[in-house]
Design a binder for this molecule. Sequence first.
Ligand code: FAD
Length: 819
Amino acid sequence: MSIALWVVATLLVLGGFLYFRSSLLVTSIGLVGMFAIGSWFDIVGPVLWTLLAIVLIPFNLAPFRRGVLSKALLGMYRKVMPEISETEKDAIDAGTTWWEGELFRGAPAWKKLHSIQKPELSDEEKAFLEGPCEEVCKLMNDWEATHELADMPEHVWQYLKDHKFFAMIIKKEYGGLEFSAYAQSRVLQKLAGVSTILASTVGVPNSLGPGELLQHYGTKEQKDYYLPRLANGQEIPCFALTSPEAGSDAGSIPDTGVVCKGEWEGKEIVGIRLNFNKRYITLAPVATVLGLAFKLSDPDKLLGDKEELGITAALIPHDTKGVETGRRHLPLNVPFQNGPVRGKDVFVPLDYIIGGPEMAGKGWRMLVECLSVGRAITLPSNSAGGVKSIALATGAYAYIRRQFRLPVGKMEGVQEAMARIGGNAYLMDAVTSFSTKGIDLGEKPSVISAIAKYHMTEKLRACMDDAMDIHGGKGICLGPNNYLGRGYQGVPVAITVEGANILTRNLMIYGQGAIRCHPYVLEEMLASAETNKEGLVRFDKAIWGHIGFGMSNFVRSLVLGLGFWRFTSSPYSDSTAKYYKQMNRFSANLALLSDVAMGVLGGSLKRKQRISARLGDMLSYLFIASATLKRFEDEGRQKDDLPLVHWALQDTLYKLQESQLALLDNFGAVGTTMKAIMYPFGRIAKRPSDRLDSKVAKILLTPNASRERLGQGQFLAPEGQFGYLEQTLRDIIAAEPLFDRVRKAANDRRMPFMFLDKVAAKGKELGVLSDEEVALLQRAEQGRLQVINVDDFAHEDLIAGKHARDVALAAAGKQNNAA
Ligand SMILES: Cc1cc2nc3c(=O)[nH]c(=O)nc-3n(C[C@H](O)[C@H](O)[C@H](O)COP(=O)(O)OP(=O)(O)OC[C@H]3O[C@@H](n4cnc5c(N)ncnc54)[C@H](O)[C@@H]3O)c2cc1C
C-alpha cells in the first residue's frame, strides 16, 4: 500500500465515523486500526504512533480531559457567553421541542416524522363543525358587522355564547367544550373564511387569556367561580398586557400594583392598589373580566421580605371602582371589539391574583408558558382558513371573469399569482394540522408557534395581495358583494399581534430555536452556571459532545455539498424523494452554520438579527417542508395533489436556499469559506417552473378532487359568498356547452360569453335548448353578474359617524318642515 493510499483511506475512515456520528471511543479505535494497518505496511512508525497517542489519550482519559481540558474550556466559555436573564430563563424553561429539534440536529429521521399520528377530529368535534360552526357562518354578515354596526349583531354574539364558542379550551368539568388544538384550528379556519371579526372574537378567549391562565394556575375558588361563567358566556374575558410604553418589550410595562392596606366591602384588608393604562386590548370594550398584567411591589413588606415582586397577573371585574373600559380603537376597518383599558387607584384584594398571593411576581412565567400554545393555533389557523377560502374563491372568480374572450385564470400572468395562492393554501393547512397535532401530543412548542405565527401570517399577506390583484376592481370596491376587501385590510393586524413579525423572525424563532433545539447548548449553559464538581462533569459531557457534533456536521455538509445528498435516505423513492434528500443536506448545513455562528459571534449573535433571522428561516422552511410532506402522506399520497406538493416544496426549499446564501454572503470570510464548502457546485434547489405554476392554477380553476381537498372544512353553503361563487362556477361550466350549441346554431362564431339570458332566449328560439337548459343559462347569467358586479352607494349611505347623524337630522328636519 502506498502512503498516499493509506492517508486517503485513513481520512475516509475518520470521515465515515464522523459522518455517522460514532462515539469518541469508537472513532479512536477506528483510527488505531488504521494506524495498525499503516504499521503492517511500514507506513506508520513510532513517531506517528506517539502523535496519535498524544491526541487520543487525553481525550479518552475522562479524569484528565475533565480536569485539564474541560476546565480550561469552561473558563473560556464563562467569559464569552453572557449570563441568561431571568426572563430568558423563563422563556427557555417554558416549552418543549418536537420535530423542529430533529431538523435542527442535522440528520432528520424521516421515519419518526411519518410515524406521528395523523390528526383526527372526534365525533363531537365533527358535529360542532358541521352544526353550530356552519350555522354561525350563515348568521354572520361581514358587511353589516364591519360597515354598519361596527360590531357583530347581538344575535351572533348570543349564538356564540349559547354554543360555547368562547369555551373551546375550557375543560368539560367546568362546562367547556375541551376541544383538541386541531379541532380549535379547524373551527377558526372555517370562521376566518367568513369574517375576520368572527374569527378574532372567537380566537382571543380561546388563546392566551383568563381561561387558559385560570386552568393552569387558578386557585380552586377562582376556577370554580370563573370557568363555568366563561364557558357559558356569562363572562367575556380579555387580557391586557400591552401599554403605550410597552409593546413588543412587554416585560417593561410601567403599570403598577402596590401591596397596601385598604378598605374592601367595609373592612380593612391587605390588597393591591393598581394604576394602569393599557391599549389595543381585544374584547376590552365588552369584557366583563379583565386579565391584567402589572408590576407588583410590596414597599411595606406586607407579603414577605421582597419589595419588588415583578410582573403579576390578576383578574379584575370590569365594574371595579376606578376601572375604565368601553372606548374603542378602530383596527383597520375590521372593527372587532378592541380598545384601551385604564385604571386609577383601583383597590382589589390579593386573591384577585391568578393563583392567589403565592403567584405574585410569577406573571411573566405564566404568560410565556401559555403563550406558545395559543400562538400556534389562533393566528396560523385564521391565516390558513382565510387563504383556503380565498384559493377557492380566486379560482372560481378567475374562471368566471373573462377578458379578451378568455377566463382570466387561463392567462399565464394570472396563473403565476394563482399558483402562489394554491401552493400556499396546501402548505398552510399542512402546517396548522401538523403543529396543532404536536400540541395535542402534549408539546408546548414555543419554536414551532413562532414559526407558524410568522410564516402563516406572512403567507396570508402575500396571498391576499395576489388575490386582490387577480380580482382587480372587484376586490377594491367595498360593499356587501366584496368578499376580499376587509380581509385584505385586516392583514396587518395578524402581522402585528402576538409578537410583531419583524421581531418574531429576527429574534424569536432562532433565538429560542438555537437554545432549545440544539442538543448541547442548553446543557452547556446550565452546566456552566453551576460552580460545583457536578457542573464540570455535565459541562465536560456537553462540550465534547458538542465538538464531536460540530465535526460531524462539517463532514456531513462537505460530503453532501459534493453532491452525495442525492444518495442520502428518503422514505419514498417517488418524485418526493428529492425533497427529503435536499432537506438532509440543508439540515446538516443548518446544524453546522448554527455552531459556526455561535462560535464566531458568541453572545453577540443575539444582536446580529439578520444572521439570526436567516438561521431561523432555514429552520422554519425545513419545518414547513416537513409538514407538507407529512400532509401528503397523511392524506394517502394523492397523486392528483402532486402539483400542489411540488409547488409548496420547491418554493419552500428554494427560499431556504436563498436565505442560507444571503446569510453566507453577509458573514465575511467565514461566510465565503462556508459557501465554498456548502455550495461547491452552486445552487441545488429550483423555484417552481412556469409549467408547474400553470398546473397548480388549473387545480384552482374548475372543480376537482384536489381543489376540494384544498378547501376542506371551509364554509361553502350557498347562503355564503364563497358557496355562491362555487355554485356559479358549476353553473358556468355547465352553461358552456349550451352556449357553444347556441353559437353554432346561430352561426355566430364571435358571440361573446355574456348576456347568457339572451343567449338562452336565442337558443330557445332556435329550438336547440330545453326549458331546463334555458333555466340553467339564466341562473348562470344571474350568478355571473353577481360575481363580477360591485356595489354602489348613495352619498348619504357612505358618510359615517357624526356626519351621518347630521345628514339624517337635516333630512328629518326637511320632512317636518314639508309636513
Ligand atoms: C388589533 C390589535 C389587537 C391586540 N390585542 C391585544 C390584546 O388583546 N392584549 C394585549 O395585551 N395586547 C394586544 N395587542 C398588542 C400587540 O401584541 C402589540 O401591538 C405588539 O406586541 C407590538 O407592539 P407595538 O404595536 O407597540 O409595536 P412596537 O413594539 O412599537 O414595535 C414596532 C416595530 O418594531 C419591531 N421591533 C420591536 N422590538 C424589536 C426587536 N427587539 N427586534 C426587532 N424588531 C423589533 C416590531 O416587530 C415592530 O415591527 C394588540 C394589538 C393590536 C394592533
